[in-house]
Write a protein that binds this ligand. Sequence first.
Ligand code: OAD
Length: 289
Amino acid sequence: MFTPKQSIFHSINKMANRKISDFAGFKKVLDGAKNIAVLTGAGVSAESGIPVFRGAGGFWRTHRSQDLATPQAFAANPALVWEFYHYRRNIAFTSLPNNAHKALALYEAQCLREGRRFSIITQNVDGLHQRAGSINVIELHGALHKVKCTNPKCRFLDENYDNPICEVFRNRGDPAAEGYNLPVIDKKDLPKCKKCQKLVRPYIVWFGENLDFKVMQAAREVVETCDLCLVIGTSSVVYPAAMFAPRVLERGMPVAEFNLNEEPADEMFDFHFPGKCGTTLPKALGIEL
Ligand code: OAD
């Protein structure tokens, strides 16, 4: 533990030593790491054409994406929320992993061959890490290809890759289409549970909901044991993911950030690589694509 005085000195020292775009310095740390944790957010999929949540692209029609990602929005208008998720499923299912996803998958394979541990904790629900070949992926916020029954007596969790998920959404979901007098969708036409025929919902952790206990436990274990953490394409504002990198720093382990932003999300990060992660990440990991 640092005393407050030491802590300030430590912070100033660390900020002064922060390495911006120091690929060689990072490679040394990377090569020595035995247990690597990777935290990813929407930015890792941006170059695949998947809209991020904050900043440009954070809207669907006139709605902020975050306002549709709530249990209250679903209770008030399940058809609207399902149409929004049909739109996101359509983009995710028809997008391809980019060089950032591919570099992570190839680096994981290298780690496995060398007996090193490599874990991805993702806030993304698009499944692109797995489609790129990543194996050890913890999905914090659920997955677009999964649906869960809303009937409290059933709660069946199912995989569903149908696109559209039901006929009523065929040729719908266009973000520009509000105000075109689209026919109102009847609740009876929304996706139904295979087992009990009641309404299903997207298997996504919405704002105001708790993360799955086992998923959270698995993520915590990675955060508490890793000896290097990479933070890629996340605004680091949504909890609990936002506390993972600060916790790794608290444990005295290095953190490297890859983000479009010029400035790091946390001034205590050891390395910061500004720019598109589809370019910076393969270079930092030493992966040729
Ligand atoms: P955000 O949309 O908040 O942040 C995306 C981050 O990616 C920003 O910091 C961008 O600067 C960065 N970025 C964009 N393009 C990039 C690129 N090509 N290379 C590198 N960085 C890039 O997304 P998240 O942090 O993932 O939750 O948001 C966290 C959670 O909030 C999401 O999982 C979602 C959302 O509401 C739920 O839906 C439950």
